[in-house]
Design a protein around this ligand. Sequence first.
Ligand SMILES: [Zn+2]
Length: 324
Amino acid sequence: MSAAAEAAASPPGVLRAPLVVEFPFTRSLGPVQSAFLTGLRERVVLGVRTTAGQVMVPPVEYDPVTAEEIRELVQVATTGTVTTWAWNDHPRPNQPLDSPFAWALVRLDGADTALLHALDAPGPDAVRTGMRVRIRWAAQRTGAITDIACFEPHEGPADPQGAPHDGAFAEPVTGIVAEARLDYTYSPGRAQTAYINALSERRTVGERCPSCHKVYVPPRGACPTCGVATTDRVEVGPAGTVTTYCVVNIKARNLDIEVPYVYAHIALDGADLALHGRIGGIPYDQVRMGLRVEPVWTEGGRYPDHYRPTGEPDADYDAYKELI
Ligand SMILES: [Zn+2]
């Protein structure tokens, strides 16, 4: 980014920081994907035959045309042909190769569809559509797409292909954890910068729409209804009302909170938009709509750790029904 663009992206006083959104996605595989990934562990590439007789690699569980379940596995070659590609000059962390490489669609011999993977080549001049390539296997294989380390140029004959395969392997892989990770440089903008700075003083500041007079917390800088900028800062809370909630029964990795617990929408007093937070200090099955709560801060915390009951009588439904 140029210095000018950098300045435009971060006006003076507006916060800017790295933001990583990361979650592990755990999925079971089913018979076709299980055979495919277990096969990779054993250096065997399996496709699936569609109702019309095409061989799809990577395989899918349902025919893309008829939607019928398909199970007929076919072993294809580890050699193939590049059908299209793009050069990646700046590999990012955790990509298949550390040095520049091509992302390529490779139609393996015996397959009718192409598989996306990395192609190790000295430069873009060494890559062309139609070039012959071969799988380079990873030294350590676990039953994952990364068992294919990458493709590499190949001059020799094609591998044998097309043999039916029953998909049976010892110790099949039945589930995978796919790590999803997005790296951002995030600037919250003028309105949320003020909101975050106020939180550092344990105050909650929203912004009022000059047209409809709603107070948005957290503020987004504009009223989504009226389409005008919100400039009038308003301190709200600290107490508020639970407008709706859910009971969380699944423990998240890296989150040291015992389940079950309650996560709620909370309309702070004076706000016309509910924010969300965890409810503590009360058994999870006693949390209710209308419960009056207040923030609980921890030492050094930049936002409330959770909200706890204030002990006041519950709010009337009419007082918060527009904020659910
Ligand atoms: Zn408005």
